[in-house]
Ligand binder design. Structure first.
Ligand code: MIC
Ligand code: SF4
Length: 753
């Protein structure tokens, strides 16, 4: 039986009438995205359609999901909200805090030792507030959610940007910061700017070496890392129906890499098969009655241009396998063009590691397709050239794959089977015996490949591909190997051509698992006491941020002008820093240390404008805070791209930065900044970025009139005394301005208690 089936049945029983009402107002056929959004409105009375990309709308999501690295901050904030229990079904998954090193068993033991304080905190807080808890090592949040909680037509938010993975099962699932999750957990509406809609028409069928991953690698090449910003991507067409449910999950998962709010597929037989095989026949039955609402109206897919803001067409018959990277997931190269491109770009051709796993590609089907390539090695006497690491997506996948002999195939290649967890994907990887500055290439089936993300080495060139392609490249040890045309030489000097991958969409004998690792919360957890040690290095109770003093900000200094790409990995690095995710002051020591200072092109090296000396960003900012000097941060396009981690917003706020001014923001980060009471602003004229000099002073002259839809003015005083006034835009609505005034959204919740 499915978890929370009563919630799902309630959603379904109300869906038809809600959609009919919305249709009357909108007056035309609806996309699936609109059906799900309009059936999850907080206030159901609407008199006119919402403006896509314009109106802020309150929604009532059906569920919340959190992972260990973000749940700590989410729960620390929830504890302040003064509630007894979560208002909607919520789960916490421990997957980010396990270092991959020796292999699953040892690594898990070690993680349980090193992070017991955090795991205990998460488990007891979950019990206290009625939250379902998934123990360390039992799976990656998004795989576990797809297997257990996602349902077609539902709406979910999660404190992780790849929450969007559940779109593979027809859900509007959106990544958010912890403060947003707290709203929903506390029974309040959740606000989102009504998204624009991008339709992707998939024609034809995948064949040969092409996989679902290549669909999104191709889309990433088309849209780039910011092309999906503020939009839901809805996939449809015969090609969409031909993909497996977990393949659809892969595509939706990496929608995060193009900045999309989320991605979605309409309910179809692949989803039915997946629900049945994961023990949720009750959802299939319930969905049967409203099936027509779990996909778009037929007119929409017949004439997509009329209903979507943008339409992309991809013919799966012609789709070729891709490798995306290095350093950005949208640098798409067809495998067939890699020889030329890698040589031209001087990318290291030897591949040191192949890594299979991550929430993107760790399903049973993924493992079985990769195993079909791996098994050819033994048969054809091929030796694997790269090292290989595997992170299965969940204990259920791992157990079943072991039962079916798949794990053995990888083990025969001397690969490391790591825990069912994020591992190397988030820099939780001890690449033993490696020089951590060496220029090298790795290929993986993960979704992100920003510099330093995997192993902290800025010279690791990481490429994203499908699990089967990773496997083939790992066998060859070459970045420019194309299994479609090239051969490999075996131990008997024979030329071997690999057969294209084959795999099982779902295990033939069904899924099975001994210990799924789920801890059900008690009915009444109110007696449970949450303890955080005073001197803990891992956890720290939160102090409310100070409200705005009502004055214009004057004589502010520039902490850093970030050059180029500045993702949340640059602002609040993961890897070793993950251990401080529950301790705001400690983690603030990584604030912006990965951002490149536009004035000297160095990282973590900025000028202290009082002493004139250059030093690390966090230290310099702590100096300003101590001396009551206001500061601002300036950035380029798509600032805060990547993850949902709100630490990237809380750290500068905690350290006293007053405003972040950039050319453009990534959606989740912009909201996170606003939630924490930070001024998140954009240049009206993006060339004004060039006007900002290292020694400038900044005066906000009309902050006292801060209001919705009105620009703000910033006076820049250059060191030679000359002044210029520039205009800044913002997207704060009236409510969000209250967050700023109160010091944070949480302060406002508390004051309303
Ligand atoms: C990531 O892939 O970057 C993460 C780690 O899963 C993050 C969340 C986090 O920073 O904890 C995400 O994608 O939101
Ligand atoms: Fe974990 Fe990587 Fe997925 Fe983030 S992208 S949830 S780190 S597996």
């Amino acid at each position: 039986m499915a978890f929370d089936i009563d919630v799902i049945k309630r959603v379904y029983s109300e869906m038809s009438s809600k959609i009919e009402r919305a249709k009357q107002v909108i007056g035309k056929p609806l996309t699936l995205s609109e059906k799900v959004l309009y059936s999850h409105l907080w206030n159901e009375e609407i008199s006119s359609p919402y403006i896509r990309g314009g109106d802020y709308v309150d929604f009532g999501p059906d569920r919340v999901t959190c992972q260990d690295a973000t749940a700590q901050m989410a729960l620390l904030q929830f504890m302040q909200a003064g509630k007894q229990k979560v208002a909607v079904p919520t789960t916490v998954h421990c997957d980010h805090l396990i270092l991959a090193q020796s292999g699953a068993k040892k690594d898990l033991q070690q993680a349980n030792k090193v992070s017991s304080e955090v795991f205990d905190f998460l488990e007891s807080t979950s019990k206290k507030y009625g939250i379902g808890f998934w123990k360390p090592g039992v799976g990656i949040i998004h795989q576990v959610v797809l297997e257990n909680y996602a349902f077609p037509g539902g709406m979910m938010i999660g404190t992780d940007s790849h929450t969007v993975n559940a779109g593979g099962l027809g859900m509007v699932a959106i990544g958010v910061g912890g403060a947003d999750a707290v709203d929903v957990m506390a029974g309040m509406p959740w606000e989102l700017k009504f998204p624009k809609l991008i339709g992707v028409h998939l024609k034809g069928n995948l064949n040969g070496w092409s996989s679902a991953k290549d669909v999104i690698l191709k889309v990433a090449g088309i849209l780039t890392v910011k092309g999906g910003t503020g939009a839901i991507i809805e996939y449809f067409g015969e090609g969409a129906k031909s993909l497996s449910c977990t393949g659809k999950g892969t595509i939706c998962n990496m929608g995060a890499e193009v900045g999309a709010t989320t991605s979605i597929f309409g309910y179809d037989e692949s989803m039915e098969r997946y629900l049945n095989s994961t023990g949720r026949t009750d959802i299939v039955k319930a969905a049967e009655e409203i099936k027509h609402h779990l996909t778009a109206d037929p007119e929409v897919y017949a004439n997509p241009e009329k209903y979507f803001d943008q339409v992309i067409e991809i013919n799966l018959d012609e789709l070729s396998p891709h490798l995306n990277g290095p350093f950005t997931p949208d640098l798409a190269t067809p495998v067939s063009e890699m020889k030329e491109k890698a040589a031209k770009e001087k990318w290291p051709l030897d591949v040191d590691w192949g890594l299979i796993g991550s929430c993107t590609n760790s399903s049973y089907e993924d493992l079985s397709r990769a195993a079909s390539i791996a098994s050819q090695a033994k048969k054809s006497k091929l030796k694997i050239k790269s090292k290989l690491g595997i992170n299965p997506g969940s204990e259920q996948v791992r157990y079943t794959a072991e039962r079916d002999g798949l794990i053995k195939i990888f083990e025969d290649l001397e690969s490391k089977i790591f825990t069912n967890a994020c591992g190397p994907c988030i820099g939780q990887w001890n690449r033993e015996g490696e020089d951590n500055n060496k220029k090298n290439s790795i290929v993986h089936s993960f979704n992100r490949n920003f510099a330093k993300r995997k192993d902290g080495n800025p010279n690791t060139h990481a490429f994203v591909s499908s699990p089967e392609m990773v496997m083939a490249i790992a066998l060859s040890g070459r970045l420019d190997f194309n299994p479609i045309t090239d051969t490999l030489t075996n131990s008997e000097n024979e030329e071997i051509k690999l057969e294209p991958p084959i795999g099982d969409e779902l295990p033939k004998n069904g899924f099975s698992v001994e210990e799924n690792g789920y801890v059900e919360p008690p009915e009444d957890g109110s007696g449970i006491e949450i303890k955080v040690k005073e001197d803990s290095q891992r956890l720290q109770l939160l102090e409310p941020f100070k409200p705005w003093d009502g004055e214009n900000i004057s004589n502010a200094r520039l902490l850093i002008k970030a050059h180029g790409k500045c993702t949340t990995d640059h602002i609040s690095m993961a890897g070793p820093w993950l251990r401080f995710r529950g301790h705001l002051d400690n983690i603030s020591d990584n604030c912006l240390i990965g951002a490149v200072n536009a004035f000297n092109m160095k990282t973590n090296n900025v000028k202290n404008l009082v002493t004139g000396e250059y030093g690390p960003v966090p230290e310099t900012q702590r100096f300003y805070k101590k001396n009551n000097i206001s500061t601002i941060v300036v950035g380029d396009h798509n600032y805060g791209e990547g993850s949902s981690r709100e630490h990237a917003a809380m750290e500068p706020r905690h350290l006293g930065v007053k405003a972040v001014i950039v050319k453009s923001f990534a959606r989740i980060h912009e909201t996170n900044l606003k939630k924490q009471g930070m001024l998140a602003l954009t240049f009206d004229n993006e060339n004004d970025y060039d006007k900002i000099e290292e020694d400038d002073l900044f005066n906000f002259v009309d902050l006292t009139k801060f209001s919705k839809g009105e620009q703000l003015s910033l006076e820049i005083v250059h060191s030679n005394g000359s002044k210029e006034m520039i205009k800044l835009n913002h997207t704060f609505n009236t409510q969000q301005i209250e967050w700023f005034k109160n010091g944070s959204a949480l302060n406002l919740i508390k004051s309303n208690e």
